[in-house]
Design a protein around this ligand. Sequence first.
Ligand SMILES: Nc1ccn([C@@H]2O[C@H](COP(=O)(O)OP(=O)(O)OP(=O)(O)O)[C@@H](O)[C@H]2O)c(=O)n1
Ligand SMILES: C[C@](O)(CO)[C@H](O)COP(=O)(O)O
Length: 228
Amino acid sequence: MTWAVMPAAGRGTRFGSETPKQYLEVAGRTLIEHSLRALLGHPEVDGIVIALSPDDPYWAGWREMEGKPIYTCIGGAERADSVLSALQALPATVSEDQWVLVHDAARPCLRGVDLTRLIAMGQADPVGAILAAPVRDTIKRADVQSRSHLTEAREHLWRALTPQMFRRGGLTRALRAALSAGAVVTDEAMAMERLGLKPRLVEGSEDNIKVTTPADLALAEFILKRVV
Ligand SMILES: Nc1ccn([C@@H]2O[C@H](COP(=O)(O)OP(=O)(O)OP(=O)(O)O)[C@@H](O)[C@H]2O)c(=O)n1
Ligand SMILES: C[C@](O)(CO)[C@H](O)COP(=O)(O)O
């Protein structure tokens, strides 16, 4: 069985709305509620800790959903700080060896079949696993004038998604080490990679999008009304 943590303390600056994007509504629910239901509706997820911004007036105050407990904590300045805060706020009954899923509140389109595959492959792996999507476009590396000067070999390029699944203790130690070294850590796998560990990439659905800009919100609505 697994627990989950959800970084939901962002302000959505790239989205540009007064209301933080995780509280915007699509297909009848807020993004955070879609993301919570995708996790807590899965039979192998036992409960969740959500990291919220300290002055969050939008949080609905749920204490359970789909019969699973919801706890909250205060997030931090960066996403990694929020994830670490939520890991530390997990119940004491969640042991150091227990698997934990980290999923963005801003990814409302997570499919149950992808979560099932991630949990199965992650639990069989010595390091852990993340959902990811193979890159389908040609990738260019640009110079300072935004001119293309190199084309990356794309057969080994993936886009990292969430959830990302690691053992509570190992991920906590990896994030603490990265943050105390002042490293920029944009996902959990990066913290593990810094320690020389190689998380398993588990192919997930292309439509498990992260809502970052208004165009993404319209796409999320289309996806949620059709296939998820
Ligand atoms: N200090 C932060 C920053 C982000 N997040 C969360 O991490 C997820 C992914 O981050 P992102 O899409 O970058 O959200 P924001 O930081 O809100 O967006 P922006 O960078 O445009 O401000 C989101 O669910 C966001 O709420 C968080 O918990 N704590
Ligand atoms: C964790 C993540 O969603 C994987 O792609 C991504 O790194 C989050 O980046 P953001 O800039 O915090 O949205």
